[in-house]
Design a protein around this ligand. Structure first.
Ligand SMILES: C=C(O[C@H]1C=CC=C(C(=O)O)[C@@H]1O)C(=O)O
Ligand SMILES: [Mg+2]
Length: 428
């Protein structure tokens, strides 16, 4: 919805448990940062704090209603700019002019307005009425025209270099320079026709119901995806994070699927990949929380195309720590970066043959009470007219085999390829 008045200024978010769905229109307030360091999290936080001092009324609505920010951060602010991501800052958030929230079965409409000194209360009241009426008028838009089987050329970017990088990483791990690093690659798509964002979102929503579905529109570009990985959810003093790392394909029959599940639960290479993430998240939370709970062993998490090892981690904070501070502590977890964190990020910067932009960065929302939820923007793509850039990565550990990791990225690309609905032809 909102295409006529708000194209380029829209977002969509839905969490897998169906608890919170948000659709926002219009950039009523924009907070952006280009700080090339961890300072970027505080920069956004300070901007939001300053703004909140002037928020009228004490909003006590349910989750994801009232004035809130939606946005995200790039993976690595020190990587430098690229043509593809040129309009994306290292952190960018907006408070929508209008937002529809669905909490399970309850719908709420939020209208935000920044009031300037010259505006009278009457003018504001007229504005709120107008906005509310526009929702009813605009409500019928948004059904996807359907882009199924649109012809599309698919170009694998630097896959030979990526395989070399995976090999080089396993050598560094054997030499004890690093424990784990996540390496990602890019695929470029050129469609004959404009990509239909509605159909894409619709397919993701239907096909990837165990994932967070997100779309962040920025001018003519839209960053969109279906990620299974929560970074952090904060509700009052309760913090929930999720470790998702270690993967295997889905079986073609229920019994093959179960065999693969058992194989993954007992596979040493994948258990190491996973354990490194759990250790880091647990330790980060222990610094901030008086109690941290997580099961001893991972369980299986399935999406339509892939199965993962999964460990939830929950903590109760000692003293209030902000959501953006939690993001600063966690990002990037070893599910996206590696371990040790700094060495892994530097290695990615040096040997990964692409610029991640917002891929694998934190994306989500934060309300005026500092509650909110962020996911890690994987299984995602940047859509621009007829073009799309898709990304997929793998956790590399000592036992990693480049060809097997390549296969894993192929599976991770499937959700976006399917949602975009192309009839794909490989371009050499
Ligand atoms: C980096 C990605 O996946 C991460 C999340 C889950 C499992 C992963 C793995 O098994 O390698 C990755 O760490 C991606 O999908 O691009
Ligand atoms: Mg893996």
């Amino acid at each position: 919805m909102g295409e006529k008045n708000y194209a380029g200024e829209r977002f969509y978010w839905s969490s897998p448990d169906g608890l919170t769905t948000l659709a926002g229109l219009g950039n009523e307030l924009v907070l952006q940062t280009d700080y090339p360091s961890k300072e970027r999290f505080r920069h956004i936080e300070n901007g939001w704090k300053r703004f909140k001092k002037y928020v009228y009324g004490n909003h006590q609505g349910s989750n994801g209603t009232g004035p809130l920010l939606f946005g995200g951060f790039s993976f690595d602010p020190e990587k430098g700019q690229s043509e593809t991501w040129s309009s994306f800052s290292s952190g960018s958030f907006f408070m929508p002019s209008m937002m529809l929230t669905k909490n399970k079965y309850e719908y709420s409409l939020t209208i935000n307005k920044v009031v300037y000194p010259h505006e009278s209360p009457r003018q504001c009241a007229v504005h709120f009425h107008k906005m509310e009426r526009s929702v009813h008028r605009d409500g019928q838009h948004g059904a996807g025209k359907g882009q199924k089987q649109s012809e599309c050329f698919l170009l694998e970017v630097a896959s030979a270099e990526w395989l070399d990088a995976v090999k080089a990483a396993t050598v560094s791990i054997k030499n004890k320079e690093i424990d784990k690093v996540v390496l990602a690659r890019e695929v470029q798509l050129s469609f004959k026709e404009e990509i239909d964002l509605y159909s894409t979102l619709d397919s993701l929503q239907k096909e990837q119901d165990s994932c967070y579905i997100f779309a962040f529109e920025n001018g003519s570009k839209c960053f969109i995806g279906a990620t299974p990985e929560r970074l952090v959810k904060k509700e009052g003093g309760t913090v929930l994070s999720t470790c998702l790392a270690g993967s295997i394909r889905r079986g073609l029959t229920p019994s093959e699927d179960l065999d693969l599940q058992n194989e993954l639960l007992n596979d040493e290479k994948n258990l190491i990949e996973h354990e490194i993430v759990v250790r880091m998240i647990r330790n980060s939370l222990k610094d901030l929380c008086e109690r941290v709970y997580s099961p001893e062993k991972p369980v299986i998490f399935k999406t339509k195309n892939i199965q993962h090892l999964y460990t939830p981690v929950r903590g109760y904070m000692k003293k209030e720590s902000s959501l953006l501070h939690l993001i600063e502590k966690f990002h990037p977890t070893p599910a996206l970066g590696g371990s040790p964190q700094q060495a892994a990020v530097e290695m990615i910067r040096d040997i990964e043959p692409m610029n991640r932009g917002w891929y694998a960065g934190p994306i989500g929302w934060i309300d005026s009470h500092d509650n909110g939820e962020f996911a890690v923007a994987i299984r995602s793509g940047l859509v621009d007219g007829k073009e799309a850039h898709l990304f997929a990565g793998c956790g590399i550990v000592e036992e990693s085999d480049p060809a097997a990791e390549y296969q894993e990225t192929q599976i991770k690309l499937k959700p976006m390829l399917s949602a975009l609905g192309g009839n794909y032809h490989e371009q050499q």
